[in-house]
Design a protein around this ligand. Structure first.
Ligand SMILES: CC(C)(COP(=O)(O)OP(=O)(O)OC[C@H]1O[C@@H](n2cnc3c(N)ncnc32)[C@H](O)[C@@H]1OP(=O)(O)O)[C@@H](O)C(=O)NCCC(=O)NCCS
Length: 182
């Protein structure tokens, strides 16, 4: 196996025209179409870096900030932001361009965790990541923090779940738009 690869080696851009069959009843592009394209770019980036078959394990912060219209050109830029042992965090920036007006919208940025698998379908070690510039360093460090925040979130939620009582539940729900019939 190759010991390390630069981030530039695996950068991938997928550009796709948004055709009418991708639209929902409101005439905007289905979120699922964009998710599928994100998964493709994540797979292409991760498999290029690792030289292996990869699977999607986790998807973080998919927020659709602006709608995408039929006729726009959507480009998805994938780069390896972080590598663990078998896992890789792929950062994906999505932009949408109106070709007539030239207006470009940043529709979202998200993070896919992909795991490389060997012939026995077991997680396998991927090459280390060569950070070529300050942006690469920032992305790698941000991914470390994001990983930590996610772990803290899970630990805190599990702790809260074990301790909450009927009174706490009642006072929490009382501020929300729900009717508790349990
Ligand atoms: C994810 C999967 C590979 C983990 O396998 P495992 O035998 O439990 O292996 P490990 O515990 O060693 O985890 C492997 C890596 O995945 C990472 N991982 C596991 N669960 C994770 C999660 N929820 N979020 C982020 N990373 C995760 C681990 O941190 C580890 O990373 P590292 O090797 O860089 O340290 C396995 O559960 C799997 O194949 N899941 C199905 C994936 C799939 O089919 N996706 C397509 C969806 S249809």
């Amino acid at each position: 196996m190759i010991a390390a690869r630069p981030s530039s080696f695996s950068r991938v851009i997928i550009t796709e025209l948004m055709i009418p069959s991708y639209a929902n009843f409101g005439g905007k592009i289905h979120g699922g179409i964009l998710l599928s394209l994100m998964d493709k770019v994540a797979y292409a980036t991760a498999s290029k870096h690792s030289g292996a078959y990869c699977v999607t394990v986790s998807v973080d912060t998919v927020d659709f900030l602006q709608p995408v219209e039929v006729g726009e050109l959507v480009s998805l830029m994938g780069s390896v932001n972080y590598v663990g042992n078998s896992s890789m965090v792929i950062g994906i920036k999505v932009i949408s361009e109106n070709v007539k007006t030239g207006v470009v919208k940043h529709t979202n940025t998200c993070y896919f965790t992909m795991v490389a698998k060997n012939e026995e379908d077991r997680p396998t070690t991927v090459p280390a990541l060569i950070l070529e510039n300050k942006t690469d360093v920032r992305r790698f460090i941000e991914a470390i923090f994001r990983k930590g925040f996610k772990k803290d979130y899970e630990t805190n939620l599990n702790k809260i779940k074990k301790t909450w009582d009927k009174q706490e539940i009642a006072s929490l729900l009382e501020k929300e738009r729900c009717i508790n019939q349990s």
